[in-house]
Design a protein around this ligand. Structure first.
Ligand code: ZN
Length: 196
């Protein structure tokens, strides 16, 4: 592998860079998997409750896509790469056998569990990088803020008798992660900033 200064600096701070990259790749796969399964799920939700949940899912879906977009450049900076085949069982991959019509009371516990898993994973990544790898730390902390918001939305949805949570109306998409986005739209670039 070519010399990778970012990786050397991270190693020098006492972090196992290989392990860190593995964890970041795992999260990137879970985020893009969530985006995919949220897309399927929103097509299957039925009824008034389903409409309300779909609006929440649309926001969570956009944000998880952004999480994927900001994780990928950091993985490449650290000398890592993404697997050629999308696999992984994290996140919403548990939803693989989606029913033809998704029942909101049945789906919510799965969404909550997945949000809790994300919060746990990013909390661990914060602890791993805190005071050592400042760039990864800032990134995973920003994502953590948004994952906690997803958890709150689903909890509120449950707590308010399956009505739309108030908190998700009060903010824009990805208020914490947007500064890290390098998407062509945001940066005015024609191609993504990470290697093809
Ligand atoms: Zn996410």
């Amino acid at each position: 592998m070519a010399r990778c200064v970012a990786r050397e600096l991270v190693e020098g701070s006492g972090i196992d860079a290989g392990r860190l990259v593995d964890l970041l790749v795992e999260r990137a796969m879970a985020e893009v998997g969530n985006y995919y399964y949220y897309t399927l799920l929103r097509l299957h939700l039925v009824g008034v409750e389903g409409d309300a949940l779909r609006r929440v899912i649309d926001d969570a879906r956009e944000e998880d896509r952004n999480h994927y977009e900001v994780l990928v450049p950091r993985i490449f900076e650290l000398g890592g790469s993404l697997p050629a085949v999308l696999g992984g069982s994290g996140g919403l991959a548990a939803l693989q056998d989606l029913p033809a019509e998704a029942d909101v009371p049945d789906i919510l516990p799965v969404l909550l569990k997945s949000a809790e898993e994300s919060v746990r994973a990013y909390t661990h990544l914060c602890a791993l990088t805190s005071g050592k790898d400042h760039r990864t730390y800032n990134l995973v902390l920003a994502i953590l803020h948004e994952e906690i918001a997803h958890q709150v939305w689903f909890l509120e949805f449950l707590g308010r008798g399956l009505a739309e949570p108030r908190s998700y109306h009060q903010r824009a998409i990805s208020p914490f992660v947007t500064p890290f986005l390098q998407s062509p739209r945001v940066a005015g670039l024609k191609t993504p900033a990470y290697p093809a």
